[in-house]
Design a protein around this ligand. Structure first.
Ligand code: SER
Length: 324
């Protein structure tokens, strides 16, 4: 990958792990983290810029100053928040993407855009959801994701911008919490299981959704940007997945490690309605054949690793000696 990389939304659920992975691969100084918030805690392990993505001038200035060659555009509102604030979601998710693409056009940058299972809707086949299929989402989040996929395709074909992206399923991570998504239960459940042996789930017990462990997602984001362009038929919005489960199946897997873990349910109608329009499992054969995508973690391996990693983190956080 050429020259410097800008990551927007770097303090979010994905950015918090993407930035260290990119720095490890390309060097700390080559990766400029940016966010609308100031990072908490100690000195960042590389360059950081405050960036409000609704201000194109700020993006342009950073691209110019650092000679940015690739932009990972992660700043966005997730599905549940976007339903609460649809106007703000359109402004941020679409407005900032348009600015990023225009700046990429002027400065010759490559652009990565994360799309989502949210780009599908109730008329999409929900099992083995094909790469190319009906996309009529009924959420503002989904509308911005489909429009984003199309806009990236347009900038590639019309202006020759190297835009690439993947459709991510729900992401599970022990590092940063997700913010306002429909799949967040699959992260919260681990924290609550370790702390209280109990979790009240906001989705129904039988809600099957596609999921992925964060290390696989980060690898996918790097691999698709490094893929040989000659092999890419789709460029943007590749379906990628790793596992597919329901809350009750995940609870049963956690119970193999924490036998007294109890799950109960208080369904949130808004998030349930969103989940009911999303794929139960995507067909990711295009990503597998065009750039060699293959996940490392299934539900069992992810659950074990989550509990192994999260246990010590929660113990450290609970230790009064670590209070600042
Ligand atoms: N994890 C996201 C959400 O729930 C889906 O892309 O909003």
């Amino acid at each position: 990958m050429k020259t410097a990389i800008l990551v927007t939304g770097a303090l979010g659920q994905i950015g918090s792990e993407l930035v260290p992975a990119l720095r490890e691969r390309y060097g700390a100084e080559a990766v400029i983290a940016s966010d609308i918030r100031v990072p908490k805690g100690g000195a960042a392990a590389g360059p950081f810029e405050l960036l409000d993505c609704s201000e194109p001038a700020q993006i342009r200035e950073i691209v110019r100053q650092y000679g940015i060659g690739t932009i990972y555009h992660m700043a966005a509102l997730l599905s549940a928040i976007a339903e609460e604030k649809p106007q703000a979601a359109w402004q941020l998710n679409m407005g900032s993407l348009y600015s990023v693409l225009e700046i990429a056009r002027h400065h010759g940058c490559a652009v990565f855009l994360p799309s989502s299972i949210g780009a599908f809707g109730p008329s999409t086949p929900r099992d083995a959801t094909p790469q190319d299929t009906i996309q009529r989402p009924t959420t503002m989040y989904g509308v911005t994701k489909v429009a984003g996929e199309l806009l990236c395709d347009y900038y590639a074909s019309r202006f020759g911008i190297d835009t690439r992206g993947i459709r991510l399923p729900g992401l599970i991570s022990h590092v940063a919490p997700p913010g306002g998504g429909t799949t967040d239960y699959a992260v919260e459940i681990f924290r609550q299981a370790l702390r209280y042996r109990h979790y009240t789930c906001f989705l129904r017990a039988d809600t099957r959704l596609d999921m992925m462990y964060m290390p696989d997602a980060i690898r996918a984001m790097i691999e698709v940007m490094e893929a040989d362009p000659a092999r890419l038929v789709h460029r943007n919005a590749f379906n990628v997945t790793a596992m597919s489960f329901t809350p009750e199946e995940l609870a049963a897997e956690i119970r193999k490690h924490i036998p007294d873990f109890v799950i109960d349910y208080e369904v949130d109608p808004v998030r349930q309605a969103i989940a009911d329009t999303w794929p139960r499992s995507m067909d990711d054969s295009a990503a597998r054949s065009e750039w060699g995508w293959k996940p490392d973690y299934d539900m069992a391996a992810m659950t074990k690793d989550m509990l192994d990693k999260l246990g010590p983190t929660l113990r450290r956080a609970a230790d009064p000696a670590n209070e600042s």
